[in-house]
Design a protein around this ligand. Structure first.
Ligand code: HEC
Ligand code: HEC
Ligand code: HEC
Ligand code: HEC
Ligand code: HEC
Ligand code: HEC
Length: 508
């Protein structure tokens, strides 16, 4: 550090240039920074559960502080030299004379060079760790508690809980890496200055195309065939009547080499290239769809009079990929209706409590300002309901009621986030058509091609019902798959939108 401790050729000893306030402060800062880094790296190494704060301090803030201190040292020395030169130009020359024949100077140069080499090597290792760290789930999910809490909480309970955020949001390749770090820097800024929107909007503006993310793990040509799905619901009546639908979803897939070319994946992903125009931000209104088959034959399906030819010409078109159907593969904010059905099925909530389905969905769907407020209200309202309407049940089933309250509170904390204004209503789930338009955005019977082909809503296009059971008794049972039988008569099912009545909250 002290290359010109002795500016002149050595006879009379003048105090080293480093002895100035700025350099000394710099040295202290650098030492404190280095000690902190060493300590944090040591803790990071010992801890089994990575902590985002250790990462951000150990690999980002402390190295920054240390480098700042190191820079202050030569800056102080330059200022000091300038001061001495102005005072006595004859004794202290304008620029240092470096003379490698002088043993002292030679040693100093050697130790400074050694320091620089070690420092560069260590900071390379440190930068790599910082790079790894900014790509980690801890960094993305935990660092800004409030902001990412909804996404992170939902993620932790999803099929992709073990997939790193960056595998879907960044993907491989230097270009996307830089792009994501630049927007990431902006995001850090917006968090610090509270500039972020609530809720964080989707679709994510520059989410990478699915072939470069999802399809790195999932093989689009995989043959799924028909998959049996069992849907269980509980009614809003006193007995919480259970209703079960078993059906084969024609997921299909496959190219001719892996299975029968048929089903949802085949038509939508493999045989055809589908592009569409959405007129809203969330891609819920889709009046124009084009399908191009493997031979390049194009069919355009349009809702009559929805768009002018000019609009079709200039509106942005999106190529349909996995995310247009599977838009909630990991941030799944379940609707209260679905969460409570699941809890009843698993008997985490006792299904013999009268009206528990209806009451649980009602308290979950109310508006709350904070999670705390909701947790208290759930306790108060459920207890009050049984106390006033079912005093016998209230006294005889205390443990069950207490368990129900705890479970409903847990559901709230895991799927509804008043602080970030996020719940099931904010991010529609496009798979299916029960709570949201989903498939019916296009398959609604109103999208017609020039030669009269229709994207049909027929109930057997995508699945066949195998059986339906109510309170354990079969409603109907067929081998050849009769269409779905709605529990209450609402007329022609292809003429309605399920999501108009089934909102996921209070209601059917
Ligand atoms: C399996 C892939 C996948 C993983 C893993 C993943 N995401 Fe997402 N994320 C998505 C998709 C898909 C969307 C919605 C994209 C759209 O509709 O444009 C999304 C949306 C988001 C949004 C926008 C708000 C919202 O809820 O839709 C945020 C914020 C987000 N992700 C953060 C994260 C964080 C933080 C992690 C890691 C803890 C993570 N994501 C992990 C696929 C993923
Ligand atoms: C890093 C690898 C990886 C990436 C990237 C990935 N997935 Fe997955 N995905 C998996 C694994 C592993 C499973 C199986 C999880 C299980 O069954 O426990 C899975 C399961 C699924 C399932 C079935 C979910 C269920 O309910 O069982 C769907 C649908 C899916 N992924 C869609 C997507 C989509 C869409 C994307 C892109 C946004 C994506 N995946 C990105 C690894 C990945
Ligand atoms: C047209 C909409 C659509 C598109 C596009 C689509 N899928 Fe699917 N996918 C479905 C449906 C519907 C199912 C059956 C889901 C169910 O029954 O819950 C399914 C099932 C799956 C499953 C199996 C889930 C399970 O439970 O076993 C995986 C994995 C999957 N899709 C991945 C993908 C990937 C990867 C892509 C993109 C290459 C993709 N899907 C594109 C609609 C689509
Ligand atoms: C963006 C519009 C759009 C959305 C959303 C959409 N589809 Fe499609 N789908 C199409 C088009 C266009 C075709 C017709 C392809 C062709 O010309 O053969 C099609 C064809 C199909 C077919 C073959 C139909 C037949 O009559 O043979 C199935 C099955 C299918 N889609 C399932 C689904 C499912 C399940 C969903 C929801 C998860 C869905 N689609 C969502 C546009 C869409
Ligand atoms: C374009 C494809 C498509 C068409 C047309 C379609 N469905 Fe579905 N439906 C789906 C998919 C995909 C799911 C599975 C969603 C999931 O896995 O969560 C589903 C799920 C369902 C369910 C179970 C929902 C639940 O959560 O309990 C019922 C009931 C149902 N469909 C009835 C119908 C009826 C009635 C019609 C005719 C009006 C119809 N479907 C037309 C694709 C379709
Ligand atoms: C006009 C309003 C309305 C429409 C539209 C509607 N439903 Fe329903 N649905 C109801 C009512 C009311 C119930 C009975 C709720 C109860 O018993 O608690 C019900 C019950 C159900 C159930 C039994 C599960 C439950 O929550 O009790 C299923 C499954 C169902 N509907 C599916 C569908 C499907 C699929 C569609 C679209 C094709 C659809 N519904 C459209 C009003 C509607």
């Amino acid at each position: 550090m002290t290359v010109e401790q002795n500016g002149e050729s050595g006879e009379e000893k003048i105090p080293g240039l480093i002895r100035n306030l700025i350099s000394l402060v710099g040295a202290v800062i650098a030492v404190v920074g280095a000690a902190n880094i060493a300590f944090l790296v040591f803790i990071d190494y010992l801890s089994t559960r990575p902590n985002p704060y250790i990462g951000i301090f150990g690999y980002m803030i402390m190295p920054g502080i240390m480098v700042f201190g190191l820079i202050l040292i030569p800056v102080g020395m330059l200022i000091e030299r300038h001061r001495r030169h102005t005072q006595a130009p004859s004794q202290v020359p304008r620029f240092p004379r470096i003379d490698l024949n002088d043993t002292r100077q030679r040693r100093t140069v050697a130790s400074v060079s050694a320091f620089i080499i070690v420092f560069v090597a260590l900071s390379a290792a440190g930068s790599y760790r910082a790079y790894e760290f900014t790509d980690s789930v801890q960094f993305c999910g935990q660092l800004c508690h409030t902001v990412m809490k909804p996404e992170y909480t939902a993620y932790l309970q999803s099929p992709h809980a073990r997939v790193a955020c960056v595998d879907c949001h960044v993907g491989a390749g230097a270009g996307w890496y830089v792009k994501s770090k630049l927007s990431g820097a902006y995001q850090v800024y917006s968090v610090i200055f509270h500039k972020y929107p609530k809720p964080i909007p989707t679709p994510v503006a520059n989410l990478r195309p699915a072939p470069e993310t999802c399809e790195q793990c999932h093989w689009p040509n995989k043959f799924h065939g028909d998959q049996l799905r069992v849907f269980t619901h509980f009614g809003t009546d006193e007995k919480n009547t259970p209703r079960q639908i078993r059906m084969l979803v024609k997921t299909g897939g496959g190219d001719p080499n892996t299975g029968l070319p048929s089903g949802i994946h085949w038509h939508m992903n493999i045989a055809n290239k589908i592009t569409y125009i959405a007129t809203d931000q969330q891609r819920q209104v889709i009046p124009w769809v084009q399908s191009e088959d493997s031979r390049g034959h194009i069919t355009v399906y349009q809702v009559k009079d929805a768009l002018t030819a000019e609009q079709v010409q200039k509106d942005a078109k999106r190529r349909m990929d996995c995310i247009d159907c599977h838009n909630r593969p990991t941030h799944i904010y379940k609707a209260p209706d679905a969460s409570v059905d699941e809890a009843l099925l698993a008997t985490r909530i006792d299904p013999t409590l009268p009206f528990i389905k209806q009451q649980a969905v009602t308290v979950l769907s109310a508006d709350y300002k904070t999670t705390d407020e909701a947790v208290k209200a759930i306790d108060k309202d459920l207890n009050a309901f049984y106390q006033s309407k079912y005093p016998d049940v209230y006294s005889s089933k205390q443990p069950q009621i207490r368990q129900a309250v705890a479970e409903v509170q847990r559901i709230f904390q895991n799927s509804i986030f008043p602080e970030m204004k996020v719940d099931w209503r904010v991010h529609p789930n496009n798979i299916g058509h029960f709570y949201f338009p989903g498939c019916f955005r296009c398959h609604d019977g109103n999208h017609v091609s020039a030669d009269g082909k229709v994207l049909k809503k027929d109930c057997d296009t995508c699945h066949t019902v195998q059986s339906q059971v109510e309170s354990g008794k079969p409603l109907m049972q067929t081998a050849q798959g009769v269409s779905f039988q709605h529990p209450v008569d609402i007329g022609d099912l292809t003429a309605v939108n399920c999501a108009d009545c089934h909102t996921g909250g209070v209601g059917p």
